[in-house]
Design a protein around this ligand. Structure first.
Ligand SMILES: Nc1ncnc2c1ncn2[C@@H]1O[C@H](COP(=O)(O)OP(=O)(O)OP(=O)(O)O)[C@@H](O)[C@H]1O
Length: 344
């Protein structure tokens, strides 16, 4: 449904994205995750047909975004970071207006507008002027304008920014309900957002896609993934010379790390599994006891999405072959300012 190949964008002499490649399957929700300034908005604006790329291609529903930008706008719903709303219109009036400019037939418009209003829980506000709405309701109108023409692909740039926790939960469940019938790309730098909402994640850092995979696979591939955390009691020299060495000799153990502890004789260890393998907890417990060390506590630890994100965006360390990696790309392009009225 969405295919991006070797896409680059340069603003003046500043590269914003370089050689970005990924695909989104029909009905899938892809989380586009990256720190501030990573290039998420730039990629989304190119995909929506509002910004020309400097190099590479992007196709939505089979249409090349630059060559067929009008067709793309009909097949895509776009919610920019700041929804462009005509605040002197009522919710329903604005959605009729957007439906018209998106090419929905006059006969179909009332039905499409009512469907978008219902899906976004806007029924009680449908006759309210947009300027009188709270931020949460405005965001829902932003999503309603993105789906009113029933596009197969929807692109949402930071859809929950500035919302309160209840509104965030509502917007997330709305997005989940859109999947299946629609292909969704959701940009965010909020980690729980992607793990709760998305089927797959593309992590972008400094303009490059550094990983694309399911959240589970990313966590499984992470170096220093799953393992056990131990709290043990004993002489520091014994821990170092015996226990750590014994633990390191167990099958599938990649590394044994020692964390600082405030209490003397009380030590915290982390036993980390080789990528893609599991450790046997019973063997670890036996090893501790066999080394003559007291075992206070032992619990499984799993790499979190935050670990993955920090590892990939702090050091730009690529994952293994199951992850899409991008190579260098060169491009040139023009300066572009965000255009007004992107939704419309
Ligand atoms: N109109 C512009 N002119 C010049 N440089 C720009 C322009 N828009 C973005 N950039 C630069 O391009 C890079 C990518 O910006 P972009 O807005 O795409 O990142 P982002 O991942 O969406 O960030 P954020 O999460 O902060 O919105 C940044 O270095 C930014 O400063």
């Amino acid at each position: 449904m969405i295919e991006v190949e070797h896409l680059s964008k340069v603003y003046g002499s500043t590269p914003a994205i370089e050689d970005v490649t990924f695909a989104v399957e029909p009905g899938e929700i892809l989380g586009f995750l990256g720190p501030n300034g990573a290039g998420k908005t730039t990629t989304m604006r190119i995909l929506s047909g509002y910004l020309p790329a400097s190099a590479g291609t992007a196709k939505v529903a089979g249409f090349e975004v630059h060559e067929n930008s009008m067709a793309v706008r009909k097949h895509i719903g776009y919610l920019p970071e700041t929804p462009p709303l005509y605040t002197d219109m009522t919710v329903e009036g604005f959605l009729h207006f957007v439906a018209r400019i998106k090419g929905v037939n006059a006969g179909d418009r009332p039905n499409r507008v009512q469907t978008a209003i219902k899906r976004c829980n806007l029924t009680e506000k449908s006759q309210t002027l947009i300027r009188k709405l709270s931020k949460g309701y405005r965001q829902r109108v932003g999503i309603a304008q993105a789906i009113v023409h029933d596009p197969p692909a929807i692109i949402l740039d930071e859809p929950t920014v500035g919302l309160d926790p209840r509104q965030i939960a509502e917007v997330r469940s709305l997005i989940k309900n859109l999947a299946g019938d629609h292909t969704v790309i959701l940009s965010t730098h909020i980690l729980p957002e992607v793990s709760m909402t998305c089927d797959r994640i593309a992590i972008i850092n400094k303009g490059r896609v550094v990983a694309t995979n399911t959240p589970e696979n990313l966590m499984a591939q992470l170096t220093g993934g799953s393992g056990y955390e131990l709290e043990v009691e004993g002489d520091a020299a014994d821990i170092q010379s015996r226990l750590v060495i014994f633990l390191q000799g167990l099958p599938n153990v990649k590394l044994v790390e020692q964390a600082p502890s405030d209490v003397p004789e009380h030590h915290k260890l982390r036993v980390i599994a080789e990528s893609g393998t599991e450790l046997v907890g019973r063997d670890i417990a036996k090893t501790v006891v066999g080394a003559g060390v007291g075992l206070y506590e032992m619990r499984r630890s799993q790499a979190t999405l935050e670990d993955v994100f920090l590892e990939l965006t702090t050091e730009e360390k690529p994952l293994d072959a199951a992850t899409d990696l991008e190579s260098d790309g060169e491009s040139e392009g023009e300066e572009a300012e965000p255009s007004a009225g992107e939704a419309a």
